[in-house]
Design a binder for this molecule. Structure first.
Ligand SMILES: Nc1ncnc2c1ncn2[C@@H]1O[C@H](COP(=O)(O)OP(=O)(O)OP(=O)(O)O)[C@@H](O)[C@H]1O
Ligand SMILES: [Mg+2]
Length: 447
């Protein structure tokens, strides 16, 4: 059956669409099209669709704008693609109320006083973030997992954990009902190119942040010109998105090549890195940041994948998290001043991302506490934190160090003088809880 749509006038009185709808519904009514059963079925299906469309067309007062909006509504499309600032405001993400106290490890005993050592994560005026340091095999991961398991007993909070060695999923996925994702074989269902609004400033800000996430993937920073071209390419891609196109990371790579051509530049290291990394579908925009971060995820980043890919995954995810979490209203505090919790992030092997000096991580550590965010960083040595532009360690509510090699400067800055991290026995650690303003030597776990 020829469908008389010639792309001239699709809507309106006497238009092709109206004629087409009339033709199908009428043809089906008097069965003139075919007697063949398959054809009949297809015809019936088309006719039903056409009848429904006709009804929607009528109920929209035969007005194209209302008709399209109605179809969008029925198909469950967002009213304005990529624009979650318009329409109904998104309600704030729920929080977990009440004081949360966590023993520092499975034993958590003060070696001098024999007291049980607990960290009040969300006490008045304190910081909920934790840094756990120690040499290879000193017990960082197990201690972090133990503390997060204990935390879960206080109630439900979504968790995002990056797992480098496959040793988190076993302890945490069931207890947090976390979905385990293995990129690049499995894509992370997070819309990392989300823009809050289609105005110029929102696009420029989002583009600059995404640019930082991509630019810091390589240890050698892009030049000013490369960085500017990348920001422009991302802005172009985001604009296309706010105009209704579905975009993904490969579009950014293509836009960068176009941007370079416009500027008379040939391909370089940046274009080839981006092309290489965007060959994989690392992310698919199935879930908005609000939806994604209201659930628990364990992202497996095995060490046989390239460091650049691991960094790109962490950077873009943390950027989306920072943007979403820091846009939330402040988490409420209870009568005792305990701040409710909204989201937990565990960065095991945190040096991988600390080295990239990612502004999103610095923001999360500096600003998310009032939003109910908790960041747990596990890393080998206080030295890992030293290179970071922002003073992460000053923002930690609890710092724990097992036996590890460390230059005296950073260790002294955290724990004070006279604490040798290389002299600690297995399972022992120095622990500094900010609100106590003193360093304790503890047995965190016993072999
Ligand atoms: N609480 C504990 N109780 C008993 N054994 C432990 C405990 N914590 C750690 N261990 C022992 O130490 C080993 C290393 O622990 P874990 O993987 O947590 O260390 P890590 O510091 O994260 O190591 P890596 O640097 O390799 O990531 C464990 O396999 C286990 O044998
Ligand atoms: Mg570990």
């Amino acid at each position: 059956m020829a469908i008389p749509i010639r792309g001239r006038q699709l809507f309106g009185e006497g238009s092709d669409l109206a004629a087409w709808l009339a033709l199908i519904t009428q043809s089906h009514g008097d069965r003139r099209i075919s007697k063949q059963p398959l054809q009949e079925l297809v015809t019936a299906h088309w006719a039903r669709g056409a009848t429904l469309l006709k009804k929607d067309w009528e109920s929209s007062g035969r007005e194209m704008g209302r008709f399209v909006a109605r179809l969008g509504e029925l198909a469950n499309f967002p009213g304005d693609v990529g624009n979650d600032d318009v329409g109904l405001p998104t309600p704030p993400a729920p929080t977990l109320a009440g004081e949360v106290r966590l023993p520092i490890g499975e034993v958590a005993r003060d070696l001098r006083t024999d007291e049980n050592v607990e960290f009040t994560l969300n006490g008045p005026g304190g910081s909920p973030h934790m840094a756990i340091m120690g040499g290879v095999g000193s017990g960082k991961t197990r201690t972090a997992v133990h503390m997060l398991k204990t935390l879960r007993r206080f109630g439900k909070v979504p968790l995002l954990a990056f797992d480098f060695k496959g040793d988190l999923a076993g302890g945490l996925s069931a207890i947090y009902s976390a979905e385990v994702v293995r990129p690049p074989e499995e894509s992370i269902p997070l819309d990392v190119l989300d823009v809050s609004s289609d105005d110029d400033i929102a696009i420029k800000t989002a583009a600059a942040r995404i640019r930082d996430s991509i630019a810091s993937v390589k240890s050698r920073r892009p030049s000013g010109v490369q960085s500017e071209a990348l920001r422009e390419a991302i802005a172009t891609t985001l604009k296309a998105r706010t105009a209704g196109r579905i975009i993904a990371l490969p579009d950014v790579a293509r836009a960068l090549v176009a941007e370079y051509e416009e500027r008379g530049r040939g391909p370089d290291e940046l274009t080839s890195t981006l092309n290489e990394l965007t060959q994989f579908d690392l992310f698919v925009p199935d879930r908005s940041p609000a939806d994604f971060f209201s659930r628990s995820w364990i992202i497996l980043l095995p060490q046989d994948s390239s460091e650049e890919m691991r960094r790109l995954i962490m950077n873009l995810t943390l950027n989306a998290l920072d943007k979403w979490l820091n846009a939330q209203p402040d988490a409420p505090t209870d009568g005792e001043g305990a701040r409710s919790l909204r989201h937990l992030t565990l960065l095991d092997e945190a040096h991988v991302v600390l080295k990239t000096r990612l502004p999103a991580l610095a923001n999360l550590v500096r600003m998310s506490r009032s939003k109910g965010g908790v960041v747990v960083l596990a890393s080998q040595s206080p030295d890992d934190f030293e290179g970071a532009e922002d003073d992460y360690l000053d923002n930690m509510g609890m710092t724990l160090a097992f036996n590890t090699q460390a230059r005296p400067g950073p260790a002294t800055r955290i724990f004070g003088s006279g604490y040798s991290l290389t002299g600690l026995n297995v399972g022992e650690a120095f622990c500094r809880i900010r609100s106590e303003a003193r360093t304790r030597k503890i047995v965190s776990w016993e072999p």
